[in-house]
Design a protein around this ligand. Structure first.
Ligand code: AMP
Ligand code: MG
Length: 270
């Protein structure tokens, strides 16, 4: 079977997003992928239950990408298909006054998954080298130093028993336009439209450069980036579900086998 981690892992070196087709669908055919949704969902659920039962290790899915790239859609469709009790989901927004009073990793540390959980970051520590860089919210030497800080932090998190899966949802500028227009055309989607997204779209090239640097600077053995072509939502959902399944399969969490005297316990039930 296709190994999506091997297929989509950024191999290292200098990232050039213009060389990666955001509408590509590497792997099985669309019909095979459609047919895989139900069995994959069942598989992800059962691995998640084992992770919860074992209660020793955790997984952290980091979702990054341009506006409309599908971060919310991934949470809804991929994460929404499994038991919410085993999920620790955080959407990172512009920092609050309290968050601003601490270093940029403070709120990230507070949101890490606990043993047995799958943590999901909708945006993450990377905003502090993306939006912060593009909008020049701090000096260049400050955000540049953060690549190393993030790499050290992720190494520490990984050493603590958390497997980190970082996903860049790669869409084209044209696909973003289509999605923004679709929001405007559909009265039930207009609420999702954000005027701010148009201004950010004007900074597409700056964001692209910032993402390329993030992927080049912060791809490590313990915390690689996966570049998921995300123009096609069905492909995106399948690929991210597979990344989680493959990650859990490699961890092989086990059901604990408590030393119970089942016979005696049943007798006490009367
Ligand atoms: P959304 O994900 O559409 O709800 O928007 C969240 C907004 O918060 C985005 O515009 C992000 O760029 C912004 N944001 C997230 N983290 C930070 C940060 N560390 N500094 C500044 N803005 C941020
Ligand atoms: Mg948004």
């Amino acid at each position: 079977m296709t190994n999506v981690r091997d297929l989509l892992r950024f191999p290292g070196g200098t990232c050039d997003l213009s060389k990666i087709d955001s509408s590509a669908t590497p792997g099985p055919s669309k019909s095979k992928i459609r047919a895989a949704i139900a069995p994959d969902t069942a598989l992800l659920e059962s691995w998640q239950e084992r992770l919860t039962a074992e209660k020793k290790r955790s997984v952290l899915l980091v979702l990054q990408g341009m506006d409309t790239s599908g971060k919310d859609g991934t949470v809804k469709h991929v994460i929404g298909a499994v038991d919410p009790q085993g999920i620790r989901l955080t959407a990172f927004k512009e920092p609050t006054d309290e968050e601003k009073a601490h270093d940029f990793l403070w709120r990230i540390r507070n949101a890490l998954p606990r043993p047995g959980e799958i943590g999901v970051f909708n945006r993450s520590q990377y905003e502090d080298v993306l939006v912060v860089r593009v909008h020049q919210l701090v000096e260049e030497e400050v955000w540049r130093a953060r690549y190393d800080e993030i790499n050290d932090f992720e190494a520490e998190v990984a050493a603590g028993g958390t497997t980190i899966v970082k996903v860049f949802l790669h869409i084209s500028r044209n696909e973003q336009a289509r999605r923004l227009i679709a929001r405007l055309d559909d009265p039930t989607k207009q609420w999702k439209f954000n005027d701010h997204d148009i201004a950010e779209r004007g900074r597409w090239d700056d964001y692209t450069r910032a993402y390329e640097d993030v992927i080049s600077e912060c791809s490590t053995e313990v915390a690689p980036w996966y570049i998921v072509p995300a123009d096609k939502k069905w492909y995106r959902n399948w690929a991210i579900a597979r990344l989680l399944i493959e990650t859990l399969e490699a961890l092989r969490p086990e059901y604990p086998h408590p030393d119970l005297d089942v016979k005696a316990l049943k007798a006490r039930l009367g």
